[in-house]
Design a protein around this ligand. Structure first.
Ligand code: CA
Length: 235
């Protein structure tokens, strides 16, 4: 398999260097842009397989760079954000960024996000809208999408329709963060309130049914202020 080319958009040289060495050590080919303008040019020139996009760029808002990318296609974009960029991070995800990683990050976290995004991209291309995966499996949890059946350690778990819809939505995109808004729109349709209490209440019920210890969930992680992430599948 050919090595994947990854476009790093990052104005801080030290961080760009760290990313480059992590990528090179793991058989990815990095190319680096220091500004939003450069990023747009390199997108055209290189057609990378994935983009690591810093939100704080010197010449333009990273969100604007993402908007431009999305006009051109569906290249996976991982947003790289600072701790104080909560709002922009959520905005980027709702604009179609695939996931995010917060500085400072470890190499295993970065590589896991890249792996998930590339895998989902490959799956989306392979099925071209046809045959969806039939089930999800991680640890003792299985979700059978045809039968709409959820089991923990082989025992069927009874979920309400709403609870199942939430679990299925997350399980169809394992390892990827989904925002509160994205989940609420999927489950309840366009929502009139910013209040995600109804989702949190349902999630508490889901966790009581699925998790051994709902306070330390094994299957569905909370991404504080952003949304939820389903555990990656067993490989
Ligand atoms: Ca920056």
């Amino acid at each position: 398999m050919a090595d994947y080319q990854i476009l790093i958009v990052e104005d801080e040289e030290a961080i760009a260097h760290v990313m480059e060495s992590i990528l090179l050590a793991n058989h990815y080919i990095p190319v680096t842009a220091k500004t939003g303008g450069q990023a747009l040019e390199m997108m055209q020139a290189h057609h990378p397989d994935l983009v690591l996009l810093d939100l704080g760029l010197p010449d333009m808002d990273g969100i604007e760079v993402l908007r431009q990318f999305r006009k051109q296609g569906q290249v996976p974009v991982l947003v790289v954000s600072a701790r104080d960029q909560e709002r922009q991070k959520v905005e980027a995800l709702d604009l179609g960024a695939n996931d995010y990683i917060t500085k400072p990050f470890g190499s295993s976290e970065l590589l896991a996000r890249i792996r998930v995004a590339l895998r989902q991209r490959a799956a989306a291309l392979a099925m071209g809208g046809a045959g969806q995966p039939e089930r999800y499996a991680a640890g003792g949890l299985t979700v059978d999408f045809d039968k709409r059946q959820v089991k923990v350690d082989g025992k069927e778990v009874h979920l309400t329709q709403i609870e199942y819809k939430i679990v299925e939505f997350l399980a169809r995109q394992p390892g990827r963060v989904l925002t509160y808004d994205a989940i609420m729109v999927h489950v309840w349709g366009p929502f009139l309130t910013d209040d995600n209490k109804i989702l949190r209440v349902n999630m508490a019920n889901i966790r009581r049914k699925l998790e051994k210890n709902p306070a330390e969930p094994q299957y569905i992680q909370t991404e504080m202020g952003v949304g939820y992430r389903m555990a990656e599948e067993d490989s």
